[in-house]
Design a protein around this ligand. Sequence first.
Ligand SMILES: CC/C=C\C=C\CC(=O)SCCNC(=O)CCNC(=O)[C@H](O)C(C)(C)COP(=O)(O)OP(=O)(O)OC[C@H]1O[C@@H](n2cnc3c(N)ncnc32)[C@H](O)[C@@H]1OP(=O)(O)O
Length: 275
Amino acid sequence: MSSYQFNTLQVEQTGDNVYHVQLNRPDKRNSIDDDMWKEIPQCFDSLGTDSSCRVIILSGAGKMFCSGIDLSVLAMLHDPNQEVARRAIAMRIAVKKFQDTFTSIEKCPKPVIASIHGGCIGAGSIDMTSACDIRLCSQDAFFSIKEVDMGLAADVGTLQRFPKIVGNDSLVRELVYTARNFSATEAKDIGFVSSVHADAKTLTDASIKLATNIASKSPVAITGSKINMNYSRDHSVDEGLNYIANWNMSMLQSEDLMTSVQAAMTKTPPKYKDL
Ligand SMILES: CC/C=C\C=C\CC(=O)SCCNC(=O)CCNC(=O)[C@H](O)C(C)(C)COP(=O)(O)OP(=O)(O)OC[C@H]1O[C@@H](n2cnc3c(N)ncnc32)[C@H](O)[C@@H]1OP(=O)(O)O
């Protein structure tokens, strides 16, 4: 039995150093209720410091990946008994907490692969998966930046992360303003997902294969790459170069470097210690 126990997430180790986190409210299409908002950061914070974990796969149980925020959570945000300023301050705290949920995925020092099948809607779509490192999907996947249809501007990551991934401002605005569904093929064409697989089974197999490959690499190199790519996305080239120079003044002294060089010279597969 997994040592990770949650109400809304199922976590299991699937092979060497690879963990699989499933959103697990299939009857409610994995919509994100209060528990799930809280448990996602608990889960990713714990896996981030678990030395047996090098790569994480994130998927949804049942018919689809995720149908966004649980609509009852959205409805409950209004407290008519509070006066406007107190209500606004409470709302800000709530939004920041929701944001922190997905930021925990981005801040997790292990690569996270989103494995998306079926619907990927609203908070569970671009918001959550833009915070992941890599996205794979099945042919039946469809995506929608649904927020404007709920009467709100997306506020938990889409408007900040998605444009930097896709790099097509015109299309991003079209998808945000229309909330229209877009297909797996379109997601691949715009560079949001890296590959499309025939069905959920082949998607899972491909996700595990990719995760296993990454998990076989030096964990020092992988975590350093993630942290530095995240930093560089939000800073100038000069600042990014400075950051990696400071990072590598210690990390280049890792035994992983010698292990890798030796493995290359002797043509044997390298074996790295857990972090
Ligand atoms: C501060 C704000 C922070 C974040 C804001 C985020 C905004 C968003 O996330 S916007 C997106 C909101 N989500 C939606 O609008 C999706 C609504 N659901 C649907 O359109 C459909 O259910 C579907 C996802 C397309 C799935 O259709 P289908 O497969 O036919 O299943 P259903 O029979 O419709 O649903 C089964 C069961 O699940 C419940 N459910 C589905 N989605 C949600 C949801 N988002 N919230 C709560 N419940 C949901 C649905 O009610 C059914 O429940 P029963 O009890 O079986 O009736």
